[in-house]
Design a protein around this ligand. Structure first.
Ligand code: HEC
Length: 405
């Protein structure tokens, strides 16, 4: 019952998280589009009122006329629309989801016993959980320090972007060594998402509050507040596509179980940023196809790196048993190592139903999922965290098994 309630909580949180993220990212994409689509005001009255740019739009059966003032609107109504709860609720629901899945079961989802780094392979489950939380916090602190030190007055934003790119490659590399692949991808995405939310909480909103207070007190606002808010929201824009991929990567084990996982992860980040750049420029009226071309080229490299032949190579060379195993032999291994979780009624604590509906109790079911079984076993993804202690010989048997038709 306890496990069922957690499962149901997981469902509700995931629903909330996806909706909050859609609302947040949708609004963020909308405002970047709006900002880049502004044109100088047509009427002199608007110019005199200090309008910086305007955009006309038709939507939902009506016409909208947006006007942007930089820092000097003639009047400022009290019912200003602020945007922050979408960002905060996305982070809070995301962290809660991470906690009830990964932090609650670090031995299943976080620890990486096959890490090439001995100290990482030896992490106790609680240490891996603590390391994951520290990872998120450290990611924000380092990113924030890069922004403060490299481009405090926004004059070296190009260099800063390059530094943030290098930082993300480093985060990708470190997380793939320290944590299980699935968690590593998620955590890298969560580092970026944490920076995004923290940008809103610590810089963008406080800066806007100071600007509003200055306007109300009739003193000129500090232009740095506006510029810094812009700098951080530009970063947020380029983070969106990579973060969404990293959240979805959980469903595509070939990405995070690849021996080239950290490279795939880094390339996805750059592909997402390049594709986003195309749309940013597009709203400025520029149609620079080089950006999506770079994005697509990176995706093709990923497809090549993640191809099953390359993924299976390392484990297929394990001491391979002579001849191919029969169904009986494979079923015996699956009964010993997999049905704890992959059963209609799992016996593994914390599992209420077969993960992803994959039940492996009969030979028909095993044959049905044959290709996926081979793929996930060959890449060390299954058994999850090798909780059930599968041996290398058993792994080789399944990897070399030819699935009956
Ligand atoms: C500790 C529990 C556990 C054990 C033991 C386990 N699995 Fe899984 N398995 C999972 C979970 C959880 C998922 C779903 C992961 C996800 O959400 O992507 C999964 C998913 C799968 C999938 C679907 C993957 C996909 O991307 O569609 C296959 C196939 C699979 N497991 C095969 C096996 C095999 C074969 C074994 C035994 C060698 C095994 N599992 C042992 C928990 C387990």
């Amino acid at each position: 019952m306890h496990a069922y309630l957690l499962e149901f909580g997981n469902l509700l949180l995931r629903w909330l998280h996806v909706i909050a993220a859609i609302a947040w990212i949708g609004e963020s994409i909308y405002f970047v589009m709006l900002d880049n689509s502004l044109r100088p005001p047509q009427r002199s009255a608007a110019k005199q009122r200090g309008v910086f740019g305007e955009m006309w739009a038709v939507h939902g059966g009506g016409f909208y006329h947006n006007q942007k003032y930089l820092t000097n609107p003639a009047e400022l109504p009290d019912d200003l629309h602020w945007s922050y709860w979408k960002a905060y609720s996305t982070w809070l629901s995301g962290f809660a989801l991470f906690a009830i899945l990964y932090l609650r079961k670090p031995d299943v989802y976080l620890t990486n016993p096959s890490s090439p780094w001995a100290w990482a392979a030896a992490l106790e489950p609680w240490q891996a959980a603590a390391a994951a939380v520290i990872f998120l916090l450290a990611g924000w602190v380092i990113y924030d320090q890069l922004c403060r030190r490299i481009s405090p007055t926004m004059e070296r934003d190009g260099l800063l972007s390059a530094a943030v790119g290098v930082m993300m490659v480093f985060v990708a590399y470190l997380s793939v060594q320290m944590f299980q692949g699935r968690a590593a991808f998620l955590l890298t995405g969560a580092v970026m998402a944490t920076c995004m939310s923290a940008n809103v909480l610590f810089w963008i909103i406080p800066g806007q509050r100071r600007m509003v207070a200055a306007l109300k007190a009739n003193v000129p606002p500090d232009p740095l507040d506006g510029m810094r808010g812009k700098q951080r929201s530009v970063h947020n824009t380029y983070f969106t596509l990579p973060v969404v991929f990293l959240m979805l990567s959980n469903h595509y084990s070939f990405t995070f179980t690849s021996p080239h996982a950290w490279i795939i992860l880094s390339l996805f980040i750059f592909a997402g940023a390049a594709i986003r750049q195309y749309f940013v420029l597009r709203h400025l009226g520029k149609n620079q196809l080089a950006y999506p071309a770079v994005g697509v080229a990176l995706l093709l490299v990923i497809a090549w790196l993640g191809a099953p032949a390359r993924t299976m190579a390392p484990t297929a060379s394990l001491a391979s048993p002579s001849g191919t195993a029969g169904m009986q032999q494979v079923q015996a291994i699956i009964e010993a190592r997999c049905v704890q979780c992959h059963a209609a009624k799992p016996t593994q604590p914390g599992f209420v139903s077969a993960p992803l509906g994959v039940v492996l109790e009969t030979t028909d079911q095993i044959a049905l999922h044959g290709a996926k079984i081979k793929e996930t076993v060959a890449s060390n993804y299954m058994p999850l965290g090798n909780l059930t202690g599968m041996t290398n010989a058993e792994r080789a048997t399944i990897t070399n098994w030819s699935i009956p038709h």
